[in-house]
Structures are given as C-alpha cells and as structure tokens.
Design a protein. Structure first.
Length: 234
C-alpha cells in the first residue's frame, strides 16, 4: 500500500468542492471520488486520508466516511482494520465477473443503435474522435479515459439512467484494473482501432456485426487483463 494522497489529485478536489455547495451529501462526495477513479487519478493501493480529502472538499468526516462506505460497497475502496481506507486492488476473479456483466449490458445497449436518439449516437462518435486524437498526440492516459467514455456512450444507447449509473460503477472498477497493465500504449492502442471498427459497423447499419465485434473485443480484453494481472501476482 502507498502513502497518503499527493497534491497531484488533491488540487482538483478543491475545485470540485464548489460544485458541492450547501447541499453536499455523501452520495455527491462519492460521485466526485468515483470520477477521480474513472479518470485514473486514484490508483490501487492508495491510502485515503480523511483529513486531507475532507479539507479539499470542505466536508465533515462523517460525510466523508459515509461516502467511503458507499464506495466500499461498490468495490472501489477497502477498509483495513487499524490501517485506514485504501483504493481497492481488483483481482482476476473481479475481471471475469466484470466482463460477464458488461457483455450483457453493453451488448444489449449496442443493439439499440437504430432506435437511439441523435444525441446518444453522437456521444459514441465523440468518444471515438477523442480517443483517436489522444492516440495521435501520444496521450495514452487520455486514450484510456476515452475508452471509458466510449463504453459509457455505448451503454447510453439504451436510454436508461439506471444502466448508465450501474455501468459508471463498473467502469470505475475497470479503470482500477487498467493500472495493472503497465505501458498504457501497449494495452490501449489496439482498442482505439477496435472502437473505430465497431462505430463504422454501426454507421453502416451492420448492428449485429458490431455486436459480434464487441463480444470478440471483450474476450480479448478479458484474457489480456487476466494474463497481466496473474503476471503481477494480483
């Protein structure tokens, strides 16, 4: 386990505190911390200091502890007796379970492309553009963020706020798994191409083929993650 949070990500939390306003709640604090996981700022094994985070967000320890409890339930944090709260380190069983859920949710959502509204389809296109531009600029951590955005957008095709919320939690857990992969370019470069191929099939009206490509994509990604995590002893 590593030490207390560094100022690299504590500084943005101070800005986030403005969004909390007077109606701050544990759920909204949890949303902010989950976003930091999704964006790759909170890494597995990081110890979370109640004092530092509470000061950065301007919330009480009771509120922060409730937020920690919510995120522990989502398998993003873990409480270690007498040591504190840490960002959780997923294992290979987590990967297998996560991809089982994603196949059902995202596979079903992708099939809704023909009936999805224009805004939902544009979010898929925008995520692919962002990821491509980040890859061209060699910003591989941003490529990972773009990959998360792509899968959020795919889920958004279903038009279900409940599914959007659930997948946001699942993808936060996935982002923790990404940290096992070492060189982000090595892991993410192929998925830039695969996401573009899936979008091209959707745009061509070949929705079933896009679903097949997504299913094959998930199989490759799951095996890749499991293999690398086993190598790292996770």
């Amino acid at each position: 386990m590593t030490g207390t949070p560094s100022s690299d990500w504590l500084a943005p939390l101070s800005a986030d505190s403005v969004a909390l306003g007077r109606a701050s709640t544990a759920q909204r604090v949890a949303d902010i911390l989950r976003t930091r996981v999704l964006e790759g700022d909170l890494r597995p094994g990081l110890r979370l200091s109640e004092e530092l985070i509470g000061q950065a967000l301007g919330v009480s320890r009771n509120t922060l502890r409730e937020a920690f409890r919510l995120l522990t339930h989502e398998r993003l944090l873990v409480h270690e007796h007498s040591r504190g709260v840490f960002v959780r380190t997923p294992d290979t069983a987590d990967v297998v379970d996560l991809y089982a859920a994603r196949r059902i949710i995202e596979g079903g959502a992708l099939a809704r492309w023909p009936s999805a509204d224009d805004a939902a389809r544009e979010r898929v296109r925008a995520a692919v553009r962002y990821q491509r531009e980040a890859a061209e600029a060699q910003r591989w951590d941003d490529v990972a963020t773009g990959n998360i955005a792509f899968h959020q957008a795919v889920t958004g095709l279903a038009g279900s706020a409940r599914l959007d919320e659930e997948v946001r939690r699942l993808l936060a857990e996935l982002r923790l798994m990404f940290h096992h992969m070492g060189d982000p370019r090595e892991f993410h470069e192929d998925y830039v191409r695969l996401n573009r191929e899936i979008l091209a099939l959707l745009e061509a009206g070949e929705v079933a083929a896009a679903g097949d490509r997504l299913a094959a994509y998930f199989g490759v990604a799951e095996r890749h993650l499991v293999s690398r995590m086993r190598e790292s002893g996770a």
